[in-house]
Design a protein around this ligand. Structure first.
Ligand code: SF4
Length: 695
């Protein structure tokens, strides 16, 4: 096998791939030896080489000149301008006036160094990242229920042996197709997949049972399942008694979620609910998975807690081939939330308000403990503070295209316009980079080493195949150079990924996400190492919670969570639900995939999916255009009329910008604990396009 073994630049499956050839003629092949994908890739992975050689790539820093144009500049001039402006803003408004916004696609090394850069070089509390828009609700819920958050606390290899799996709000057949081999093996073994989704998605069509729930009704569905399980004596009382706390409150609460009421609130027929509950309750091995459907809501944490309640009541958590897991989406959505680019967190998944954690990091970073800032603003709060009193005045964005990916995107665009200074580091001139004062060109996945942590908690190594083109620097080099200009060079001795990873290992030692026993060599030799791994001779931990949970008493926690309507429900003016999601051919804000011809050919524009009844009421037919309006904005889309969606719901993918941006319509109501916005449900009006210009 020749070529460089590395991993896909996109989603959290982190498929193994082989890069062959020289930089400008590189080709991608699937790595048949990497155990996760075993030779499978999706269309995004197969076309990934094109982003490396794309003519749109930024090749030099850009700075905005006096005429308002972005013009090429040397690295020295660009970094000098960034350092001077950050210092000026902080002198005038205080350290927290500079915000840092990271991303869930950054390597662990970058996420770690970015968090340290914010706290040690800038001294700001305001650092957060776009994972707050993806996995934050599941992460918070898992921490509350189990004492630690690792998306899947078991390996993907457990899936084929699970007898019944409930997947809530995930369309993996489209978003990460190679994972389907695990579900196919489960089916061959006689297992059943149940999918809960307002759409009969590709995954739901493939599943044995589809629960077509109303957007925003996950808690009702989960509590209804548990009602039936309790009623029909299918809960595991011995497990509940020995390994959990809090079930009595939950038992009392779910007594009020009888099937008839659940049908009324969710739209899932009573018989279907009972069938699903019985399949879960009678399975020797039951698994519950959630994805962005229930998670990306203003009650995302409670939605996930309700599903976790079901898994705990079944006695499934901590047993092989069973349990609860969240399917992480972004490439390093897992590692990116562990090592300190979150507003409330220090590396190793430590809390920033924990005195012991602060002491540990102060020693690793060689700074006085009291100079480490406290908790900052969560992602949307940080963006929304711009232009407000005590808000952020200058912003450093790295690996994120917030103009497209943030909710209520027009509001975010207006906030960015109010900034004194915006810096963006990216591969391309993204929609966010286009409005920056300084743009810094970043090296890409195949041009630098770095570790990623896939959706199983497996730490893997993305290997460098060749150097970046002339004029482009790695983000690690950029951060260390900037730290030097801010007078903190001695705290950032090296921008080499191995050196940064070694420091990350020390920083994470003893924390919930302990990487201290993981080395590049061990990853190489073992196709990745599962965290926690606390010593060189520790084997890693593919499966968590076997004997105990990392809580104060070793037990998991039930949480009694009652249904609340969505932040914005349907009414006469806006009679439909709007929900958003991803397509197979595109990734997140589309900065990369919208530039790839092969992917654009598959999905050239966002298309609104509508049920024939909703389309008839709106006055549109298949292929015509519909204008969607919410209280935030209006946009027009081509329509696909399909029976594979509820008749009260419209679905639009979110990968596009400008007039095609569905996030200009979404709602920025936030989960009070996780800070997750309400991407998955808001009220919308649909009428046939009159040809007037969209807002
Ligand atoms: Fe694999 Fe995800 Fe890349 Fe597709 S996008 S090849 S599923 S890692």
């Amino acid at each position: 096998m020749s070529g460089v073994r590395t991993h896909c630049p996109y989603c959290a499956l982190q498929c193994g791939m082989l890069l062959q050839g020289v930089r400008d003629e590189v080709t991608v092949d699937a790595d048949p030896t990497f155990p996760v994908n075993q030779g499978g890739l999706c269309v995004k992975g197969w076309s990934a080489a094109a982003v490396l050689t794309h003519p749109d790539r930024l090749r030099t820093p850009l700075v905005r000149d006096e005429s308002g144009a972005l013009v090429p500049a040397s690295w020295d001039a660009a970094l000098e301008r960034v350092a001077r402006r950050f210092q000026a803003v902080q002198r005038q408004y205080g350290p927290n006036a500079v915000g840092v916004f990271g991303g869930g696609s950054l390597t662990n090394e970058k996420a770690y160094l970015l968090g340290k850069f914010a706290r040690v070089a800038l001294g700001t509390a305001n650092v957060d990242y776009n994972g707050r828009f993806c996995m934050a609700s599941a992460a918070t819920a898992a921490s509350q229920a189990f004492g630690v958050d690792r998306g899947l606390p078991f390996p993907l290899d457990d899936i084929p042996q699970a007898k019944t799996i409930l997947l809530a709000g995930g369309n993996v057949a489209e978003t990460m197709p190679p994972i389907m081999r695990y579900f196919e093996a489960q089916q061959v073994n006689g297992g059943t997949l149940i999918v809960a989704d307002p759409r009969r998605s590709a995954t739901a069509q493939w599943a044995g049972l589809h629960l077509p729930l109303k957007p925003g009704s996950d808690i009702v569905l989960a509590n209804g399942l548990l009602h039936v399980l309790v009623r029909d004596r299918l809960v595991d009382e011995a497990y509940i008694g020995a390994r959990t706390r809090g079930f009595d409150d939950v038992r009392r609460l779910v007594a009020t979620y009888w099937p008839e009421r659940v049908e009324r609130l969710t739209g899932v027929p009573e018989a279907m609910l009972i069938d699903a509950a019985h399949r879960l309750g009678r399975a020797p091995s039951a698994m519950i998975l959630t994805a962005r459907g229930p998670e990306q809501q203003a009650q995302g944490v409670n939605n996930v807690l309700a599903y976790i309640n079901v898994a705990l009541a079944l006695g499934a958590v901590g047993r092989p081939f069973c349990g609860y897991g969240s399917l992480t989406g972004q490439g390093n959505g897992q590692g990116g939330r562990e090592h300190g680019q979150k507003a409330d967190q220090l590396p190793g998944y430590r809390r920033i308000d924990d005195p012991a954690a602060r002491r540990h990091l102060a020693a690793v970073w060689r700074v006085p403990e009291d100079t480490i800032p406290g908790p900052g603003k969560s992602a949307f709060e940080l963006l929304d503070s711009i232009g407000q009193e005590s808000g952020v005045r200058a912003l450093f964005v790295i690996g994120s295209n917030i103009v497209v990916s943030a909710p209520d995107a027009r509001r975010v665009e207006r906030r960015l316009e109010a900034l004194d200074f915006l810096v963006v580091a990216d591969f391309f001139l993204s929609e966010t980079a286009q409005v920056a004062d300084v743009v810094l060109p970043s090296a890409q996945w195949a041009e630098e080493d770095g570790t990623m942590t896939n959706l199983e908690g497996r730490v893997i190594l993305r290997r460098r195949a060749f150097d970046p083109p002339e004029g482009i620097r790695s983000d690690l080099a950029m951060l260390t150079a900037l730290a030097e200009r801010l007078g903190r060079r001695s705290h950032f001795p090296s921008g080499d990924p191995r050196d940064v990873f070694d420091e990350l290992r020390r920083a994470s030692a003893g924390g919930p996400a302990d990487y201290s026993g993981i080395t590049y060599e061990r990853i190489d030799a073992n196709d990745g190492v599962f965290w926690p791994c606390s010593a060189a001779d520790h084997p890693g931990t593919p499966r968590l919670f076997g004997d105990a949970f990392p809580t104060s008493d070793g037990r998991a926690r039930f949480h009694a969570v009652a249904h609340r309507p969505p932040a914005e429900d349907r009414d006469d003016d806006h009679p439909l639900y709007l929900t958003t999601g991803r397509l197979m051919a595109h990734y997140q804000s589309g900065t990369q995939t919208r530039r790839i011809a092969a992917l654009q050919e598959v999905a050239p524009e966002p298309v609104a999916e509508m049920h024939p009844t909703a389309a008839r009421v709106a006055g549109v037919s298949d292929g015509q255009r519909v204008t969607l309006s919410t209280r935030r904005g209006t946009a027009t889309f081509k329509v696909k009329v399909t029976r594979a969606i509820r008749d009260d719901t419209v679905f639009v993918p979110f990968h596009w910008a400008g007039a095609q941006s569905i996030n200009r319509l979404t709602h920025a109501a936030l989960d009070p604990v996780s800070g997750m916005p309400e991407f998955k449900v808001c009220a919308v009006r649909a009428i046939a396009d009159t040809g007037e210009t969209a807002e």
